[in-house]
Ligand binder design. Structure first.
Ligand code: SAH
Length: 263
């Protein structure tokens, strides 16, 4: 049996894990989420377009986790906050129309740790009233659902952060160095930004080869996004796919030019 992670390895991995709060409505919940995060040995809190600035209530409810509040970067969009992340998991109180793979908290925590050995990863939490939008969930590789009572499924934001941060801590304490810390440095998981670059080129290519034939591209793109996000693309795989697309785009241009030249 490999030895458990020691505290310094654990701290290295924990430093890669971002708790991202999107569109939070009550600053007090941000404070309580900071406390929940810090009690479990995590330190990276990230805010996306909070409705109100941090106030006394936020600081009061952080109860000693002011350092996390003060260090928390504020981004305008979720895409910006997770651009360099190699895994993005969205926490949802109920299942949505967006058919994402759904993980239990322990499976989500295990997957986060696996990817944290190779770069930043994110656990994303939504608004108190409305959760995450479908567009935001589409940026996630998978969703995480705390198996609450379906008839009353929505936890308070900070309570949800607490459950997930606890699972991450348990996974950290149980992880073996061999599977948690050694990066596969030859081929890292692609970052969010690299995968989004691929999706943009895929959309352009589908247009160029007239794949949609007058239909709206949304549904096909949604399905393709789901397919590729499920496979946890690596940097080299994104490069390969983009090479294939570049050639398809070149052939489409040639076909287009010869079509225009021929009588
Ligand atoms: N009314 C909202 C719930 C918002 S609760 C909705 O129906 O979506 C605020 C956030 O806490 C959610 O966006 C989610 O990130 C997290 N959360 C609450 N309950 C959860 C649960 N059972 N599983 C996972 N995340 C949960």
């Amino acid at each position: 049996m490999p030895a458990p992670l020691n505290e310094s390895n654990a701290a290295g991995l924990a430093g890669q894990i971002r708790i991202v709060l999107v569109g939070t409505q009550h600053p007090g919940n941000i404070g309580a989420a900071a406390r929940a995060t810090k009690t479990m040995g995590l330190s990276r809190l990230v805010l996306v377009a909070p409705e109100k600035p941090l106030d006394d209530d936020a600081y009061r409810r952080s109860a000693g986790a002011e350092d996390l509040l003060e260090a928390a970067p504020v981004h305008a969009t979720l895409a910006e906050a997770v651009a360099d992340c190699r895994l993005v998991l969205g926490c949802t109180a109920r299942s949505r129309r967006v058919q994402l793979e759904q993980l239990d908290p322990d499976a989500g925590a295990a997957r986060l740790l696996r990817f944290a050995a190779e770069g930043p990863v994110a656990l994303v939490f939504g608004r108190e009233r409305t959760g995450l939008t479908n567009e935001e969930l589409q940026l996630c590789h998978a969703s995480v659902h705390i198996p609450s009572d379906p008839a009353f499924s929505s936890l308070n934001l900070a309570a949800a952060v607490q459950v997930l941060a606890y699972e991450v801590r348990r996974a950290l304490l149980a992880a073996a160095p061999a599977d948690a810390v050694v990066p596969r440095s030859d081929d890292l998981p692609a970052t969010h930004e690299q995968v989004e670059g691929f999706f943009s080129q895929l959309a352009e290519t589908l247009d160029a080869i007239d794949f949609h034939k007058g239909r709206t591209p949304d549904s096909a793109m949604r399905k393709l996004r789901r397919l590729f996000l499920r496979t946890d693309l690596t940097v080299n795989e994104v490069r390969l796919l983009r090479g294939v697309l570049a050639d398809a785009q070149r052939m489409a241009r040639l076909a287009d030019e010869s079509g225009r030249l021929s009588p």
